[in-house]
Design a protein around this ligand. Structure first.
Ligand code: ZN
Length: 242
């Protein structure tokens, strides 16, 4: 077995046996890894509370065939504000779930890793509306995965100009000629909001407080869009109060 060092964000943990946990981590260099933290559930464990979901850590592991074994952990960022604020934590958990679904084991995903770290920092900065940070994160994640929605042009014919209706299945806004009539016309602020969430950096988004109607509409579209194109339910998402 070989020893390696990396840094990463803990996505989830599950109990193993009497005292251990299997920790799923999105690492900077190796992509998603699953590693056993031995004795972590015993009082006085040398790992303490450093391997909780959302923890950003530097770690040393033995490489195993299926599961690695954690030997050392140091906290880089505990995201304490985020953890103590239930609203922000639920949004963070929804982010971790989406990352766990798209990340492949031991396949480097540096841009996904950096996006996740930036998004957790934005949630930790006491954003005005954490749900907006989550939606921005999910749109950026979809763009990274090759599903960037068409927002400034028609997803059907490519005609320039911001559409007023949106088709999840067709991948974005539709112009008046391409719409089938099934798509409802959006609130005037919804497409500009989606455009800002996709394009702005997450620090800017953390200071945003969009109008409730367009925010709700955008949230429903983002959730539907992610679930449709990833073909996975976002189970943690409905917990988010809107
Ligand atoms: Zn069109």
């Amino acid at each position: 077995m070989s020893l390696y060092r990396d840094q990463g964000v803990v996505l989830r943990t599950i109990k193993l046996g009497e005292a251990d946990r299997i920790v799923t981590i999105l690492t900077q260099a190796t992509g998603k890894v699953r590693a056993v933290a031995k004795g972590i559930r015993k009082t006085g464990s040398r790992f303490g509370a450093r391997l909780e979901p959302t923890s950003h850590v530097a770690l040393q592991c033995y490489r195993g065939r299926e599961l690695d074994v954690v030997t050392q952990v140091e906290t880089i960022d505990a995201f304490r504000q985020l953890r103590e604020h239930y609203g922000s934590l639920t949004h963070a958990i929804a982010m971790l779930e989406a990352v766990d679904q798209v990340a492949q084991e031991r396949e480097a995903a540096i841009r996904l890793y950096l996006l996740l770290v930036r998004a957790l920092r934005a949630l930790d900065s006491a954003p005005r509306d954490p749900s907006v940070v989550l939606d921005a994160f999910l749109l950026k994640l979809m763009a990274l995965e090759g599903y960037r929605p068409a927002l400034a042009e028609c997803a059907g014919c490519g005609a320039k100009g911001q559409p007023r209706c949106f088709s999840i299945a067709r991948g974005g806004g539709l112009c008046e000629r391409c719409r089938t009539g099934e798509e409802s016309t959006l609130d005037a602020d919804t497409m500009p909001l989606l455009t800002a969430l996709l394009g702005d950096d997450l620090d800017t988004t953390a200071g945003a407080e969009p109008a409730p109607a367009s925010r709700r509409e955008a949230g429903a579209l983002v959730k539907g869009y992610v679930e449709y194109h990833l073909d996975r339910r976002l189970r943690a998402y409905p917990l988010v109060a809107r």
